[in-house]
Ligand binder design. Sequence first.
Ligand code: CUA
Length: 338
Amino acid sequence: MIDARIQSMFPPASDDASRVDSHWQLMLIAGSAVWVVVVTVAFIAVLRRRRGAERAGDVPEATQGNEHLVVGVLGAVVPALVIIGVMADSVLVLRDTGSTGSGADATTVVEVDGKQYWWEVRYPEHQVETANEIHIPTGQDVRVELTSPDVIHSFWVPQLSGKVDLVPGETNVLTLSADEPGTYWGQCAEYCGLQHAWMRFVVVAHDEPEYAGWLEAQARPAEQADPAQGDGDDVESGPGPAAGPASDEIAGREIFMSSSCVYCHTVAGTEAQGTLGPDLTHLASRQMIGAGVLPNDRESLARWIEHPQDVKPGNAMPGTELEDDELDDLIAYLESLE
Ligand code: CUA
């Protein structure tokens, strides 16, 4: 399980993030140098004024002229040069980083819709849909197409990229890349409502073969996955025999398909084709639920299904009244969706 506390741009893990980091370093160094110079000059001025007051009236006019020149240079020309330098580097950062790039050369395209308060993630070339988890191959540019059906959100993975807004009716493009395999936290960075803070996601970067394997597994309808060949290492699968699903999974499926779950959620290959909530086809392969609010385990699923408004007030999921054994069966079914 990834550490939910980490939300830092350090250490940068992509070219873009390194570029933003170097710009930050430049601003830190320039700002510190200006501060030291200003404080030193102010200190000298105070000392000289005090000394000057002691022997008032003996400063020649020629010296005053020189001081005006020094003040003019230090007070106007030097700050102008510093600001122009920092601004020039800012413009170069904007030019060089993916926030304004087209990602036209990217071989991987991911569509991301920011919704109140979760992220829908689609791989249009592979008919794959998931939520709150973006998997990418390392070492190459990924074109991320961002939009929103409701309000303005902002896509931000501090270790990998700058922020780009998701605006209703527009598609903004971000080029995302990661140098090393790993899991990187992302966060909605534009206030969008009550659960803005819990609109989180992860970017999981894999090396090429592992990424291809993930994509292939996600493209299968979950229920046709071979139970003997589970590759999910995050979530335990049910103890289903290789011959087929266990009885609790079957009972859970029955509950799922006959309840209102199907109006909002899709499980590919079944009659559940709702589009309001996250696609659950491979729910069990994900690290967390509720856009980062809970880990994806049995206890959290139970809390989420029964009292989603206690866990995350204002989200679109209604609570469900179930007997304990029904809840167990339903969770067994959800956990079989690898
Ligand atoms: Cu979505 Cu803040």
